[in-house]
Design a protein around this ligand. Structure first.
Ligand code: AMP
Length: 106
């Protein structure tokens, strides 16, 4: 399944400014920010959810955390939340895995 809005953003079908990108992931602002900073760190690989992680995906997920840490450091954020919504009953709405970086600091 590769037809989510995030797959379209990664494919360039929905024009979106990337705050950062590399071979593994892209980072863009949430369209509906929950606080002053709300970035989404999204792997290029369309893993639907943490529930669907396979052997080897831990490198990708670890990379997302490292990128989020670097983005927060670059922005001088003094504190922040990193969170995954996992599954429909975990509040996940878009089934292309993503890490939320949320902070009350801008
Ligand atoms: P989740 O509930 O964990 O699946 O989170 C989905 C996130 O994607 C929310 O922060 C939404 O505001 C955000 N979102 C949905 N559509 C877009 C879009 N087109 N561009 C940027 N962020 C989006």
């Amino acid at each position: 399944m590769n037809d989510t809005v995030f797959a379209k953003i990664i494919a360039g079908e929905i024009p979106t400014h990337f705050e950062y990108e590399d071979d593994v992931c892209v980072v863009f602002k949430s369209i509906d920010p929950k606080d002053k900073t709300h970035l989404l760190v999204v792997p290029r690989k369309p893993i639907p959810s943490i529930m669907d992680m396979e052997e080897g995906d831990e490198e990708i997920v670890g990379h997302l955390v490292l990128v989020a840490k670097n983005m927060a450091k670059e922005r001088g954020l003094k504190g922040y939340q990193l969170w995954f919504n996992v599954g429909k009953d975990g509040g996940q709405e878009i089934f292309h895995l993503h890490l939320h970086l949320i902070s009350k600091f801008a």
